[in-house]
Design a protein around this ligand. Sequence first.
Ligand SMILES: Nc1ncnc2c1ncn2[C@@H]1O[C@H](COP(=O)(O)OP(=O)(O)OP(=O)(O)O)[C@@H](O)[C@H]1O
Length: 243
Amino acid sequence: MLTVKNLTKTYNGAKRSLEMVSFTVRPGEMTAIIGPSGAGKTTILRSINQLIPDDSGEIFLDDQDIRQLNKQGLRRVRHRIGMIFQNYNLVDQLTAIENVLHGRLGAKLALAGMLSLYSREEKQEALDLLAEMGLADFAYKRCSDLSGGQKQRVGIARALMQHPKIILCDEPIASLDPKSTTLVMDILKKLTTTQDISILINLHQVDIAKAYADHIVGINQGLVVFDADAAALSNEAIQEIYA
Ligand SMILES: Nc1ncnc2c1ncn2[C@@H]1O[C@H](COP(=O)(O)OP(=O)(O)OP(=O)(O)O)[C@@H](O)[C@H]1O
């Protein structure tokens, strides 16, 4: 479903951050990217939907090479890729439901988007998603008044509002306590099994990656040093990834 081939990236004047990175995210699976700080995990995610330019490689979502798309094509593809961030990226002064509705912006004409014009169906869908996230009572609360775990669940609902084929998660649990971590990871896992959504997730915690991911990609200094089913992640492999 998502195939990254020989992705290479150098930031201005710096040494190479990604070196011929290749891996595949299969449909309905959770793939975790693990590796030490600075290994290139965020750079991979940001390159996939072309938030940052890369040097070379191929990024296929189904049959389409994202790197070859024009502006309009890229906009369309981005709408099928949900994103979840460590710092939530919500508009704090808006309510939870308003933030969730932002997930529809990519599908709207510019004017409707600018005026925040949403249909009754869209509003109902946003409410239903918040209820699914256990946040029915928080729909009209400002996001600034929510806890980290609640904010992240609003972020997931916003991503789901895009009806994505894949969700990219950049360390979504890094700021959460253990209870919220379990809640958020359980929700993400359930999306893969019940909705056939693929998840590509950057994680710092190896134990969480082993417990939840179907497939693990280990990165060290911009190179893929492990790429296999989670069950194959041995202590030796972990040592090599974190060397
Ligand atoms: N905007 C930037 N300008 C220059 N170098 C950058 C930039 N962003 C990242 N890098 C460098 O690219 C490399 C990979 O960084 P990246 O943030 O992708 O790693 P990471 O694995 O996500 O790290 P962490 O786990 O700490 O978030 C690092 O050497 C980093 O210093």
